[in-house]
Design a protein around this ligand. Structure first.
Ligand code: 5GP
Ligand code: ZN
Length: 117
């Protein structure tokens, strides 16, 4: 069924607590944790508990949760004390997506004007 946990999904395992992560925020429907290979001083991933392959699929099926994901990304930035930050949704392997469970990258803590990622 749509949104059900997938046994081969790393982020579903993090949601289930089967794989450890440095969690910075948790709500009933979302989880925010530090990226294992940070690309900036702040690099946090915000994911829904439910499994969808990417953010657009999540937004199409469960728009409320997609909205929560964005609100949580803003709260992460606030908690981290960063005013300027970048949200990235890689979609598809050709765009750099490696984990096919919807997530948004929250990146900040250094000037990003000249950076693509
Ligand atoms: P994507 O490339 O799919 O947009 O982003 C996946 C992100 O997940 C990458 O930035 C990668 O570093 C991160 N990642 C991969 N495996 C783990 C893990 O086991 N724990 C954490 N915290 N992050 C991970
Ligand atoms: Zn998943």
């Amino acid at each position: 069924m749509a949104g059900e946990p997938q046994s081969d999904c790393l982020f579903c395992k993090i949601v289930a607590g089967e794989i450890p992560a440095t969690v910075v925020r948790k709500t009933e429907r979302t989880l925010a944790f530090r990226d294992i290979a940070p690309k900036a001083p702040t690099h946090v991933l915000v994911i829904p508990h439910v499994h969808y392959p990417n953010a657009a699929a999540l937004a199409a099926a469960e728009p409320e949760i997609a909205g929560e994901l964005l609100a949580e990304a803003g709260r992460v930035a606030e908690d981290e004390g960063i005013r300027d930050y970048r949200l990235i949704f890689n979609t598809g392997a050709g765009a750099g997506q490696t984990i096919f469970h919807a997530h948004v990258h929250v990146l900040g803590g250094i000037p990003m004007n000249e950076r693509m990622v």
